[in-house]
Design a binder for this molecule. Sequence first.
Ligand code: PAF
Length: 299
Amino acid sequence: MQISSNYSKFARFLNLGMKLIFDKKELQSCLSSHEDEAKMLGLVPTMGALHEGHLSLVRQALSENSRVVVSIFVNPTQFNNPEDLKKYPKTLETDMALLESVSDEIIVFAPTVSELYTQNISSKNYSFNGLDKVMEGAFREGHFNGVATIVEILLDLVRPNKAYFGEKDFQQLQIVRKLSHELPFKVKIVGCPIVREPHGLAMSSRNQLLSKRMRQRAGIIFKTLQTAHSMFGTKNATVIVAYVNSVFAKEADLELEYFQIADVETLTPMQRKQDNIKYRGFIAVYAEGVRLIDNIAMN
Ligand code: PAF
């Protein structure tokens, strides 16, 4: 049994052999005590409120590494909206139970804000060659500086061989890839496919803030992306964007923030289709005050 502090409500998980660590130094000593060059270490960074999408990242990490750290940390610097931060679900006990259902050998790292932000609770300023200026970056000022700051802190602390990120946040994935190339140590960033709810809504911790009815209705977001994808062979971007706009213009309770077809490498909007470029359609929609994002490969 590995109890790292007096969090007795977690004792049943710790009895199962799971490690729950709140402290940086303790994490590092746990990782170095197992140090073995031949072993692979995987990191799955999360903000908790885990769902099947996260668990798919954890399963992939377990299949490719001998040890896996799952971090659970609601990172204040990536929230441009304080209300959004306040209402972000925090469910550590349920998260532990879900992780235990996958494997009891996971190392869970759930630090406090002051444990990771030792000086100020603020972001570094990065330059991502414009990747951070479009879509989420345009609508959520400072968001990607916050994400990159915490991802760099976590990668530096854990020093994994591989780190796992979901493709639902595709722009984040590309930015983290760019960040990883600039770090003074080696880490492979692995992107994992989007997992969906039965009606097609991309899994997200925010979905639990929606009513049951809206969770089903919001399936229209993926349905629209699928239609956009099917139009891609014959129609240009302007026509497809106009189609998506027309769908949401009819939906009073779903507000389209953007839909854009972009080059997956540069994330710049598609002008004229080029054969050697991969494109994705990216969307952000508000439903019951909750911001939902999704994307689909177009070719
Ligand atoms: O995708 C998320 O949950 C977060 O942005 C991440 C990568 C854990 C950083 O806080």
